[in-house]
Each structure stands twice: as C-alpha cells, then as structure tokens.
Design a protein around this ligand. Structure first.
Ligand code: AMP
Length: 279
C-alpha cells in the first residue's frame, strides 16, 4: 500500500493510475473497524484502485473534548488497510486540507436542520467542506459511505449533485457486532457495563420492525418508551423520517428511516433502521 501525507504527491499518483483504473475512495477518520473495512471491500469489488483517507476533521466537531478524545491508532489502521488490500492511504495534515481556510456553505434543502444537524451545529458544514476538498484531491470515480451515518449519506449525495461531480455514490449497509450494536470507533470508549447496555439500542430498533403498520408518531413514542426503561441510556432523539429527504415521515412516505442518537456515560452513539415497506 502506498502511503502519502502530501496532496501534491497524491495528485501525481492518481494522475498516473486514473488513465487505466477506476478509482474508488473511502474517506474515514481512522480507528478502523470491520465497518470501515466493509467499505474498502466494496470499493475493491467495484473499482480497480482503492484510496482510503484518514483525517480527523476538526470542522465537523462541535465538542472540543470529543475531538481531543477521538482515537488515533494510526499504525494498527495501516496494518488493517494493508490486509484489506487498500492501494493507497492518504494521511493529510490539517494545513494540507485547509490550505484555503474559507468554508463554503451549500443549501442542503433542510437535510442539515434535523436529527444530527439539529444536535450538532455546523457538523454537516464541516462534513461537506472536508469531503469536497478530499474529492477534489483524490478525483474518485466512485465513493463509498456507510449507512451507519445515514444523514451524512444524503448530505454527500446532495453535495455531489450540487457541484455536478462525476462521482458515483455508494451506500454500504451497517456492520454490527454479534449482539447487534453498530460498529463505531467510539465503542471502545464504553466501559464493560456500558458496552452491555449499548446492546439495547439495536434491540429497540429491531423491535420497531414489527410495528411499522403504526403511524410515525406512534413509532417515535414507542422508541421513547423503550429507551426510558433503560436509565443508563439518555435518548437524544428518535426521528422517523422520509428516507429520501428526511422530512418528517407521514403515513404515506415509504421508505422511511428511523434515526436515533443517545448517550451512554460520556459516549454518544447513533444508529438507524430503514423501513422499506409497510406490511
Ligand atoms: P468515520 O471514520 O466514523 O468517519 O466513518 C468513515 C466511514 O465509515 C463513514 O462512511 C461511515 O458511515 C462508515 N462506517 C462507520 N461505521 C460503520 C459501520 N458500522 N458499518 C458500515 N459503515 C460504517
């Protein structure tokens, strides 16, 4: 695997490979797990040259202690990426990405006004600013993002359309631990007891699957009631939305998505479930 920290060097390498290869790109913040590696595998299936970036992007964090505490195990990430068959790892510094510090804003059509956007001010502005810069440097044919961050997927798709980028977007399903907990770089921060508690999050979401005949408001109430049974989990939101634009779901909007965010101790976790049809 080629490793570079310089965008100039990356440009040159991509310039050489892009003539004969389909370039797949997987942007990450590192602390890699099977979820990230499933994106690398998906890219390897569809593309002939896979680029991964690891960059903990400060502009998408609105909590400085969350940014400080974010795990950065770079050497083990390099081993995992090498084993997964990644072709190139881009490890830029802050200055390399934000050489031009001006941040742009695009109209996300309300996608950034709900759920994560509402709880984390300017989070998606940070996400589009880093992803647009990374896409401009890597110039991928295809990009791979995880359904784990469902709202982020819709935001990136919107950004690709907004800038008319010649990039195919791929959303890859959520990889889960054996007990159903969505894999996340933040899971390692959970104590043993908190980790056990966290398994209730997917259990509650899966429980909703049997209730999709109910109205969206009833589903949200059900989720709130279920979470309130677990005193160690603080539910931030449970939002049932139209899966295409994240407007509040009505009884007629399918597919719908249920987005949840909660806190266990000092760790913030998100998860979601797409409901494709009403039985
Ligand atoms: P992050 O490093 O958290 O920014 O994540 C990088 C990419 O990996 C994003 O597209 C995430 O949605 C994706 N990802 C994170 N966790 C998972 C998971 N459990 N399953 C699938 N993709 C994931």
């Amino acid at each position: 695997m080629i490793i570079t920290t310089r965008k100039k060097e990356l440009y040159e390498i991509i310039g050489r490979y892009s003539k004969e290869h389909i370039i797949g790109f997987v942007p990450t913040m590192g602390a890699l797990h099977e979820g990230h590696l499933s994106l690398i595998r998906a890219s390897r299936e569809k593309c002939s040259f896979t680029v991964c970036s690891i960059f903990v992007n400060p502009t998408q964090f609105n909590d400085s202690s969350d940014l400080e505490k974010y795990p950065r195990p770079v050497s083990s990430d390099i081993i995992k990426l090498t084993q997964a068959g990644c072709d190139l790892l881009f490890l830029p510094t802050y200055d390399e990405i934000y050489e031009d510090p001006r941040l742009f804003d695009i109209d996300l059509g309300g996608l950034d006004q709900v759920a994560e956007g509402k709880m984390r001010e300017n989070h998606f502005k940070g996400v589009i600013n880093v992803c647009k810069r990374l896409f401009d440097i890597v110039q991928p044919n295809q990009v791979f993002f995880g359904q784990k961050d469902y709202q982020q997927c819709l935001v990136i798709r919107k950004m690709i359309r907004f800038f008319n980028l010649p990039i195919q977007f791929n959303m890859i399903p959520i990889q889960r631990e054996q007990d159903g907990l969505a894999m996340s770089s933040r899971n390692i921060r959970l104590s043993e007891q908190e980790r056990k508690t966290a398994a209730f999050i997917p259990q509650i979401l899966m429980g909703v699957q049997n209730l999709v005949h109910k109205y969206p408001g009833e589903l949200e109430n059900f989720i709130h009631a279920e979470f309130s049974k677990h005193k160690d989990i603080i539910l931030e939101y449970a939002y049932v939305a139209d899966a295409t634009d994240l407007k509040p779901a009505t009884d007629k909007n399918w597919p719908a998505v249920i987005l949840v965010a909660c806190r266990i101790g000092n760790t913030r976790l998100i998860d979601n479930l797409i409901i494709y049809e009403k039985n």
